[in-house]
Design a protein around this ligand. Sequence first.
Ligand code: GLU
Length: 364
Amino acid sequence: MKRLVIKIGSNILASAEKGLDTRRLRAIAKDISEVIDAGHQVVMVSSGAVAAGLKKLGLRVKPQDIRLKQAAAAIGQSSLMWAYENSFADFNKKVAQVLLTRDDISNRLRYINAKNTLFTLMSYGVIPVINENDPVAVDEIKFGDNDMLAALTASLVEADMLIILSDVEGLYSMDPAHKGAELIKRVREITPEIEKLAGDSGSAVGTGGMFSKVLAARQAANHGIPVVIMSGKKSGLLKKLLTGNEQGTYFEPGKQRMPLKKGWIAYGVKSKGVIYLDDGAVKALTVLGRSLLPSGITKIEGDFEVGAYIRCVTKEGRKIAKGLTNYSSKDLERIKGKKTAEIEKVLGYKYSDEVIHRDNLVVI
Ligand code: GLU
């Protein structure tokens, strides 16, 4: 049995002119039902709400006005779920709607609650269908796109694989519109060159494009989860993939699976500030596996309290780690560059020797 997170893009399911493509949706429901009948567990992350809602609002293109987009999402989400409910019922499957915002993942208690709900649904054989709670999500609490939401979901449910169904076959060696473009079948590591291949494209009704898919793949792969980006426009491919036939582009997972708590620190929670480290501290964290001490800190950005999650960067600003700080930004301003033995003298108190303890730190 494999636990799969399957992400379905807007472009596969809907367009502003035609609304929801219920035939395609039904074909996807059939494919996913087959996968479940073969013994696998599935969590779906489905886009398409905005696109489906546009048609109902009588709009032909995605509006710039955020209120209209949110209204479209609210209208379209019920159509989307109605279509899933009906289609899956034909294959004796039940679905449940789960709407999330970035805040729900960033807040540890809600994150755990979301996880419990998803597992309860799966234990009853129900397929959770996740989407972003677009009608209430403003920029600060947005995932950005459903590819990222799918990657976070894959970590949340500790998936064995993340499958991103797209309107293209996978990642190509160059813009697929060009003649010489070839499908890349396997990506060992997502390097900056690979990211560049994906370009920075958007799509007509979704927000993603290949770039955001590759970033999501990188995140899941770093977490230790393999990722496949493949076509969601043709039937029968999921079954083929799961019976050993390569499909689309396969991204190899990182060597180690990140424990759930560390995965949440790395990708779930939002950071409230940044601290710059000297070379010694960078080495202590990344090579020697040590905790972060005040002596290696050179600069602090942001205004944060004790217990905030903060990003640790090199002097050039490259992100190397994230963790929970035992000191506020104000305290850190005063103890940066100082020896541990001096903390109490400078502040008048000491919470701990470490600014970030190893156990609360993830090297990225
Ligand atoms: N949540 C949006 C929707 O359901 C889609 C976001 C995306 O395409 O990434 O329409």
